[in-house]
Design a protein around this ligand. Structure first.
Ligand code: FES
Length: 241
């Protein structure tokens, strides 16, 4: 079952500078927090697959957000409706969706990717705190599923000028879920410690995505664990940062 299959591109749109939303048609499954390995081919130019988390899933279509960072994502960004992409998934675990009550989502940059599908599937009262370098994106789609949105940008062009963690008060929530750059998640874990349970979605470079290459391991309180298999979602207190 661990083999790549084709997804047909339905749309591939730049929603903010260097940030793309790609929608594929096909038979897809997955839980919030899970990811797919995505591999594109441009003529004879293959690249290593990239792990990309599920941004949304419904009616035979799956959505992913990605940031153009290197050659692989640049190739994906050139693909058009009707082109094919090879995908493998869903992979990894997912977020804890059982909790009721007040839930805070914290995202940094492209860490906003899993938040739409997550907000849709949580039954508690959801507030999202999203930080960006400059332009905010994707929040228009998340808006119908959350009670409040707080925005911070490093240059102050949207919302609060500074870090999104400066807006966040962990004592107001029953559960915190976060995805973003490691230094941000480190701050979130520290803020929540002893107050509220926090789950983090870790990012890692991945070659296989299925637990075989050990290229994605991180240090946890249990020893080294694979982000692609035991993660990408970990309890905050389990991760050694
Ligand atoms: Fe190969 Fe995780 S990417 S073990």
């Amino acid at each position: 079952k661990d083999s790549y299959k084709d997804g047909i591109i339905y749309s591939n749109t730049e929603i903010s500078p260097n940030i793309y939303e790609i929608v594929l048609e096909g038979e897809f499954k997955g839980l919030p927090g899970q990811f797919y390995m995505i591999r594109g081919w441009n003529g004879l130019d293959p690249f290593l697959p990239r792990p990309i988390s599920i941004a949304d899933l419904d009616n035979g279509k799956i959505k992913f957000l990605y940031e153009v960072r290197g050659r692989g994502t640049h190739i994906i960004s050139r693909l058009k409706k009707g082109d094919r992409l090879s995908v493998l998934g869903p992979l990894g675990n997912g977020f804890n969706l059982e909790v009721q009550g007040k839930i805070a989502l914290l995202s940094g940059g492209i860490g906003i990717a899993p938040m739409l599908y997550l907000a849709k599937n949580l039954s508690g009262e959801v507030t999202i705190y999203s930080g960006f370098r400059n332009n905010a994106y994707f929040l228009d789609q998340i808006k119908p599923y959350v009670k409040n949105i707080f925005i911070a940008t490093e240059d102050g062009s949207n919302g609060h000028k500074g870090f999104v963690t400066e807006l966040f008060d962990p004592s107001k929530y029953d559960l915190v879920l976060t995805c973003g750059p490691t230094p941000m998640m480190e701050v979130v874990i520290k803020m929540c410690e002893g107050q509220v349970p926090v789950y983090v979605s870790m990012e890692s470079r991945m070659a296989c995505g299925i637990g075989a290459c050990l290229g994605c391991t991180i240090e946890t309180i249990r020893g080294m664990e694979r982000v692609c298999k035991e993660g990408p979602v970990f309890k905050g207190e389990e991760v050694v940062l």
